[in-house]
Design a protein around this ligand. Structure first.
Ligand SMILES: [Zn+2]
Length: 82
């Protein structure tokens, strides 16, 4: 299970990549936050999987808050830029 406090700390890091882990098939997707910002959802490309990460779930406040909700809901982790 991801350490939520670590994720919160990393939310402030700009231009980072986000690791989305599909709850259905376990496929991992590393996407840049900037790219996800303009997307309404992100489609899993796992074999025979048509899961969609709903990036607009929850109140439409800030982008970070939306993603924070998505992370908790979808069990994803954050990858700092190297
Ligand atoms: Zn999947």
């Amino acid at each position: 299970m991801a350490d939520i406090s670590n994720i919160r700390q990393l939310v402030s890091v700009a231009r980072s990549r986000i690791l989305l882990i599909c709850p259905d098939c376990g496929q991992e997707h590393a996407e840049f936050a900037d790219r996800l910002r303009g997307a309404r959802y992100f489609s899993c490309v796992g074999d025979g999987c048509d899961y969609h990460f709903d990036l607009l779930a929850g109140p439409r406040n800030s982008f970070v808050q939306r993603l924070g909700r998505a992370w908790r809901k979808l069990f994803a982790a954050f990858i700092p830029e190297n």
